[in-house]
Write a protein that binds this ligand. Structure first.
Ligand code: PEP
Ligand code: MN
Length: 349
C-alpha cells in the first residue's frame, strides 16, 4: 500500500503517517520524489483499510500496489531513481554512463593501464572482477583481495569509480570498502542472503539478471535489496539462456523498455555477456542505448586473446573507442548524452 502525500505536506504530517503505520506493525519506506512524497507500507496488510490513512492531515490518496515488487515499482515512485556514484557520476539521469574494463583483474599494471585507456575513450566507471564466478572450479577464480587493492590503485590513478562483483555474504563488508558499486552476478541473482546483506550497506548495487531469470524475478530480487534499506539499485540485462546457440546468451533487448516501464530503478545493459562475441557488442550497445538503457557495462582488454576470462567477448581499445563515438551519436538521437568525467569531481570513498 502507498500513502501519497499532498504537495507541500509537512514533515510532521509525514511523520504521523509513519507512526500510525508502525503502530499497526507495518514497515515504512518514505520516498521523496520530485513530484510527490509517498510513504510505502509493507508487511501484513490484512484488515488495514485505505480509509485509516485517507483521513489523515496532508494525505492526498492511499493506493494498493498490485505488483509484488512494491518499492521497486514505478507506481510507488513515478520519478526515475538517480544514483550518485562516489560523487563522480550519476546513473539514471539524462546522461548515459559507460562502465568498462576487463572481465578479471589480472595484475596491478594491467588494471591501471586499462583504466587509463577506457577513461581516455570516455568511460566514467571502471569494471573489473576480483572474485570470479566461473562455470568450472578449475578455471581462474580471480585475484581476490589483491584484485580489490589493485582496483583501488586504478581508481587512485585515474579518479574513475570502480564496480566489482561480490559473491558471498561474508565478503560484503570487505568488497564495500574498495568498491563504489557492488555487482551481484547473474548466478547470484536469487541468493537472498547476499541480497539482504547488500541491502544493508550504503554503496550502490548493480543486480544482474539471472541466466534463467524472468524480469519479474529480477524485480523481486531488487525488492529484497531495497526493502532492506538500500534504494540505490541498478538492474542489469546481461542476456538469458535460450535454445539459441549462435550467441553465448540471448541479449533480451525487450527487458530494457519493460524494466523502464515497470520500475524507477536505472537499467544497465551488458552486451558483452549478452552476446559473448566481441563483433556483436557494438551493435547491441547502440541498440541498448536506443531502447532506453541508462548505462552500459563493457568488457575491454588490451589483448583479448590472452585474457584470463571472457576474451572472446572483450573489445580491444580501438574497438571500444570506435564504439564510444557511435554510441554517443545514438545517445544524441534519443536526446541524451554520454556522461563525461570531470577532473574536479570530488571522489568520496
Ligand atoms: C562478469 O561481469 O564478468 C560476470 C561474471 O557476469 P555475469 O554474472 O553476468 O555472468
Ligand atoms: Mn566476464
Amino acid at each position: 500500500m502507498i500513502v501519497i502525500m499532498k504537495p507541500g505536506a509537512t514533515a510532521a504530517e509525514i511523520g504521523a503517517v509513519i507512526r500510525k503505520a508502525e503502530q499497526m506493525g507495518l514497515k515504512t519506506h518514505p520516498i521523496y520524489g520530485d513530484s510527490r512524497t509517498v510513504v510505502a507500507l509493507v508487511g501484513d496488510l490484512t484488515g488495514i483499510t485505505r480509509e485509516s490513512f485517507d483521513v489523515m492531515a496532508g494525505v492526498l490518496q492511499t493506493m494498493r500496489i498490485q505488483e509484488p515488487y512494491k518499492l521497486a515499482s514505478r507506481t510507488t515512485r513515478p520519478d526515475n531513481t538517480v544514483i550518485d556514484v562516489a560523487g563522480v557520476v550519476k546513473v539514471g539521469g539524462p546522461e548515459i554512463v559507460v562502465m568498462a574494463g576487463p572481465c578479471s583483474v589480472e595484475s596491478r599494471s594491467q588494471i591501471i593501464e586499462i583504466a587509463h585507456a577506457v577513461k581516455d575513450a570516455g568511460a566514467t566507471v571502471l569494471r573489473g572482477g576480483a572474485f570470479k564466478p566461473r562455470t568450472s572450479p578449475y578455471d581462474f577464480q580471480g585475484m581476490g583481495l589483491k584484485g580489490l587493492e589493485y582496483l583501488a590503485d586504478a581508481r587512485e590513478a585515474t579518479g574513475l569509480p570502480v564496480i566489482t562483483e561480490v559473491m558471498r555474504e561474508e565478503q560484503v563488508a570487505m568488497v564495500a570498502e574498495y568498491a563504489d558499486i557492488l555487482q551481484i552476478g547473474a548466478r547470484n541473482m536469487q541468493n537472498y542472503g547476499l541480497l539482504q546483506a547488500v541491502g544493508k550497506v550504503k554503496k550502490p548495487v548493480m543486480l544482474k539478471r539471472g541466466i534463467s531469470g524472468m524480469i519479474k524475478e529480477l524485480l523481486m530480487c531488487a525488492e529484497y535489496i531495497v526493502s532492506n534499506g538500500n534504494y540505490n539499485v541498478m538492474l542489469c540485462e546481461r542476456g538469458i539462456r535460450t535454445y539459441e546457440t549462435a550467441t553465448r546468451n540471448t541479449f533480451d533487448l525487450n527487458a530494457i523498455p519493460v524494466l523502464k516501464q515497470t520500475s524507477h530503478l536505472p537499467v544497465v545493459a551488458d552486451p558483452s555477456h549478452g552476446t559473448g562475441l566481441r563483433e556483436l557488442v557494438p551493435a547491441m550497445s547502440r541498440a541498448a542505448v536506443a531502447a532506453g538503457a541508462d548505462a552500459l557495462i563493457l568488457e575491454v582488454h588490451p589483448d583479448p586473446d590472452q585474457a584470463v576470462s571472457d576474451g572472446r567477448q572483450s573489445l580491444t581499445y580501438k574497438e571500444f573507442a570506435t564504439l564510444m563515438v557511435d554510441v554517443a551519436r545514438i545517445a544524441a538521437a534519443v536526446d541524451r548524452n554520454l556522461a563525461v568525467f570531470t577532473e574536479d569531481a570530488v571522489h568520496v570513498k
